[in-house]
Design a protein around this ligand. Sequence first.
Ligand code: SF4
Length: 380
Amino acid sequence: MESATQARPKTPNIVLAKRQTRAKRPLGLYDLTLPELEARLGKKRLPTYRARQIWGWLYRQFAPDYAAMTTLPVELRADLSAELPISTMETVQIRSADDGETLKTLYRTGDGELVETVLMLYPDRATVCVSCQVGCAVGCAFCATGLGGLTRNLSAGEMVAQVVGAARQARERGRSLTNLVMMGMGEPLHNYAETMKMVAILHDPAGMNLGARRITISTSGVVPRIDALAGEPWPVNLAVSLHAPTDALRDQLVPINRRYPVTELMAACSRYIERTGRRVSFEYALMRGINDADATARELAVLLRGELCHVNIIPLNPVDVLPYERPDAVGIERFAGILREAGIPTTVRYSRGLEIDAACGQLRAKAERLASQPSAGPIG
Ligand code: SF4
């Protein structure tokens, strides 16, 4: 096979992207923690309870604007509205699939970048899949998001806006948002501080009160940040995008493996399990002829033997500009069966919304392609 990462751009300078993020992005109310909001209103000599009122409107009522916050004085609403928008994100498009059980929303940030969010409604839960970066520096070989490299990190507020938007969509359908997975565009552990701030905002008991056990942070394997996450006060679920059991194969599919090889990654996962007592999920995007051989399944079983873990096999969502394919149903079940026979808890998770480009980064990629054409019309 041709080197899977041959056509990829070099890893962009993440520090530079962070500086650009701070310099350019406008702040919104969703960027503030409750203590920050209290401090801001305190400078206006307003009582603390006003901050809690606003917090309730934001994260219990999902108020779309200040006008809806009817328990606040009209002058305060006007004052805040002139000074700080609630959200800096604008909805560009909402697409629905799976009989309305999957909603994919494309947002435009205040500085004109496109990001996407997916809400998935199941009988027993409603899960939002959030993006944490515009683009991604990791450059996984099979991923649409990584094709253009990293543009910038999203702020906590830009991530919170995605979650509140999904909570509002769920409520409109008579449901409550129950789970959050950081599996959209970007590597959350490359945007660690803002991701943790988002968790703090959503976890706040005076607001959305989303429990840490309902939040999953997915990583391609940023080893030092896995250790940092293990030390956080909130024991979130950790999902690791493994995709290959050996360095030879993982170097090709997930280039960050060259920096943090499989042995180091597995050691960090063991430390996470030991410190938090939480089971780690290993995500495995199954690709025909690439990582779906019986021998590869057996190597994976040996690697994971004895760990408190679970494997999610995700048959690949093909990306039209990349040469990777989904195995057939027989191949998928055979791979899962080898793991199960070896005693590894394994599920097969088919991605939602194939027909609406639900693979991460595909809706954005298509929108940008169309936007670059002179007669670009609506997506779809
Ligand atoms: S799969 Fe995730 S980590 Fe890999 S390039 Fe895509 S967004 Fe980045």
